[in-house]
Design a binder for this molecule. Sequence first.
Ligand code: DBV
Length: 250
Amino acid sequence: MTLYQPFLDYAIALLQQRLDLQPYLIPEGFEAKSAIVGKGKHQDEVLTTSYGYQATKLRQIRAAHVQGGNSLQVLNFVIFPHLNYDLPFFGADLVTLPGGHLIALDMQPLFRDDLSYQAKYTQPILPIFETYQQHLPWGGDFPEEARPFFSPAFLWTRPQQTEVVETHVFTAFQAYLQAYLNFVEQAEPVTNSSSLRAIEQAQLRYLRYRAEKDPARGMFTRFYGSQWTEEYIHGFLFDLERKLAMATTE
Ligand code: DBV
């Protein structure tokens, strides 16, 4: 069992239990990809598997799971709501590299500085954030330009011990996902056209940032080449622009 497999299993089981979960098409060639990396005795297989679902209010629920031995484990799990809901994104970036663990967990806001948005989608999460932050202190250095995409309840931490990932990070992940699904349950469709435009702009801003700055681009390019990597990023991981372009040419 690899470090983040229980996170993935938990998430899929909970989604199945709470949503009308349907599959989301994963483009051919991206369901599973493997490469042998390193030399001589240090060779390791790096396997990347992808998961995709959708639900009534959620356009894309997707995960990328990278397994390459004890010092290379990644679970990147993001939920993109449909464009007629003001729901935040659920964003989890759980990363284990030779240098240690790096954990990012948040409900990423569409409108960071809007106080009524914060009251709706951040205030209710703060007690959960505070509970876990005691065990998961702020992780330090963080790209300034990414700040607008995170909420005040952003858990950002670099645990020294794997055991902390297996315990506190795992329970925090469960609590955030449960709280997110409560928001989803309560969400009502937005019909006002200026609000709809604002949501689409905010989703595109987020998506463009993530596709452009994907911190995994270097790693994937080394393992699988740049053609596979760019197609994976734009055609699956962050695919909103492609989907919108397809919808207007149909
Ligand atoms: N990150 C992804 C995807 C990944 C992934 C799709 C499938 O968005 C993995 C893989 N994240 C990943 C890896 C690293 C990070 C780091 C492999 C380590 C990169 C390295 O050190 O070489 C949150 N993830 C990070 C960092 C942040 C995040 C802040 C540190 C990057 C840095 O210091 O420059 N999640 C990430 C992020 C956003 C987010 C940047 C922006 C909105 O939601």
